[in-house]
Design a protein around this ligand. Sequence first.
Ligand code: FES
Ligand SMILES: [Fe+2]
Length: 345
Amino acid sequence: MRAALPRHTRAWYILATSDELTRAGDKPLARELFGKPLVLFRGKDGTAGALLDRCPHRNVPLSLGRVVKNRLECAYHGWQFDSAGVCGFIPSLAGPSEGRGRRAPALAVRERQGFVWVYGAFDEEPRSEPHRFEKIDSPGYTTVSRQVEAGGTLCSTLENALDVPHTAFLHRGLFRTESRGITISAKVRATAQRVEVEYIGEPRPPGIVGKILSPSGGMVTHYDRFLLPSIAQVEYKIGEENHLLVDSVMTPVSDFVTRIYAVVSYKMRIPGFILKPALEPLAMRVFAQDARILERQSETIKRFGGEYFMSTEIDIIGKHILRLLKAAEAGESTPDESHEVALIV
Ligand code: FES
Ligand SMILES: [Fe+2]
């Protein structure tokens, strides 16, 4: 019954924001990825390093240590490791400090657009580069970043972020209103790297928010995308002037804990400083409802000793997420495919 959870390690994941790492100063940050303890630190030269959080000498967490120049010093006997995991100093030792068995396994790090990314496979040369947030620096756009933790598996949390049918039900009255009985069409396009669902024929949302955003009515252009390895991207265009892009980059902390780094960029008819105070509490309420349901889903999966999923054709994106992640983990490619699904909103 239990499908093994996919672990696509040859890919980039966010471990911290640049601010968090800078604020930590001499103290390293303890982190976790796929259940593996990691330590993140920034040398005095500004370069970030990520190592397995275990000193090769006596198994003490390196995250208990401190940064000395460009190295991380263990709190027990003071061995020092650079960002490649090489031991460069052992106090009291007369001979050379370096040695093969004295290395700490290291992860490649890239720091970009305010986030610290690590490549999930130890001591490997990355085969790709991290995701770029497209609108973060674009003129006319306001960007807001938040991080939250959900008690769900990576796949369930990704599916939740991209699942339309639950919005009118779990978030009744908040995000979408109850079904208006309008049949729309969802065009699904999948490649080996991503799945995109385009919703066609969705009218402007009713209610005050929709009216302010687009007084002339107009259609909504709405895309939901899953991008390997762990990004849920939601894009809305309402009328001519309003554009919203939400990138939720997820970090699989452990089997049932997923950290979400959400980057929301928008360009709206209404200025950002008016929109932000109104929309932020709403977004957090929506998230709290999602987090609660994911937590209960995880509890039930654990209680029954595995997952049991029964889907219909309107559970559009979940099966693609699992398929792409499993293929990527195995180093395989999946064929392109496309189809169309009708759903009532
Ligand atoms: S345990 Fe780390 S230096 Fe001894
Ligand atoms: Fe939701």
